[in-house]
Ligand binder design. Sequence first.
Ligand code: SAH
Ligand code: SF4
Ligand code: F3S
Length: 460
Amino acid sequence: MQKIVVDKIEEQKNDLSKKFNKAKQKLYIETYGCQMNVADSELVVSILNKEGFAYTENIEDADLILINTCSIRENAEKRIFNRLEQLKHLKKKNKSMLIGIIGCMAERLKEKLLEEEKLVDIVVGPDAYRDLPKLVKSAESGQQAINVLLSREETYAEISPIRLDKNGVSAYVSIMRGCDNMCAYCVVPFTRGRERSRDPKSILNEVNELIEQNYKEVTLLGQNVDKYNWNSGEVNFANLLEMTAKLNSKLRVRFSTSYPQDMTDEVIKTIAKFGNICNYIHLPVQSGSTRILDLMKRGYTRDWYMNRISTIKKYIPDCAISSDFITGFCTETEEDHKDTLSIMEWVGFDYAYMFKYSERPNTYAAKKLEDDIPEEIKSRRLNEIIELQHQLSLESNKKDIGKTFEVLVEGVSKKSENRLYGRSPQYKIVVFERKNYNIGDFVNVKVTDCTSATLKGESI
Ligand code: SAH
Ligand code: SF4
Ligand code: F3S
């Protein structure tokens, strides 16, 4: 079905492209979901820019609005449907304006989006962005335009993203796409397709370009960076980290997301070895109960996770660690929930992202397990882990009082023009007096005070 639509578009390509190139059209893009979507939006802007689209930050000016979407939880999708409602008035004012849904929701809902959302003209999945110019042209002529084909090879390796960040300090670099883990609750393997790694040469080229443009920090992105594997083991994630770190000792290197089962000692030792690889690991545990981890098909036990943490602390004593948690997964008992609270205390996470379980259609859990934990219990457990994490973050931050960190300045504090904010290598936000410092500077800051969310200090 999708193929037929794409083929039709091919036929009209020539005459439409003539019409299209006359005017410089304006593209507005809105991004939801994870960091990978942020990186993808920058790719999409680059792809359309080559076809004559100028990027605008003003939605009212746009000829084409793209919404880069997320399907991870039901709420993520609800938010996007609400946003589409809000866009109706724009379309009323400007009938020729096109609206496209791209990203994970496009992949999950496919032609349903065109059928049910009269507002939507274009639907494009995460592996079909090269087709966007063609699909836009087709939509211009009043045709429905959709391509949601997933690919085993596409990594957009040679496309140079157009950076959309405001500060020019920190950039995302995608090193792989897709995910093969098939965690029982997760929609990502369905929306992003099979796992594949990007050519390390193109990754290093992109990082070098960023260094030339004076970027100070890169974050290497993948759903499970520990599975990075180029040419059957020729380059693994530890090798890639090392090659990136060696490009420039001043460049800060970050990465996300690490996966407990696959994170090797070699990766941990590489982080320890290079001063410019930041001592911060986002290592989502999801649950502290081995029984639940097994049901989630995460492939590791509570003990295995604790062993990874012990190894990290052994080689990188000042490493900050954050996690994701899901409360109320199928059959979760009070006992399982207590296991989650106790592993949180044992690790002493510096930060965490916490969610209620949301059943996603077609996943293993949706097909085989009952979403049997009542909403009130999910909420109560979520509140308990949020409360505990709040205390743990505060404790972690209090331990930093008196210590000095190198802070990379990202911007001016929203609360006061006289203060700057940036991040320590441990990814903590640090606020301090502006003096003569600028965005992009590395500043040594001695921590004098904190909340659970922020460190406050003085430059030295
Ligand atoms: N690849 C990463 C996570 C990507 S999704 C990893 O495996 O760690 C980000 C987070 O969303 C997950 O870590 C999980 O905590 C949460 N999440 C994913 N699916 C979910 C669902 N169905 N319900 C609630 N939270 C979910
Ligand atoms: Fe989803 Fe698991 Fe893949 Fe993370 S590793 S994206 S949770 S399937
Ligand atoms: Fe959401 Fe897709 Fe990322 S589902 S979390 S945008 S990979």
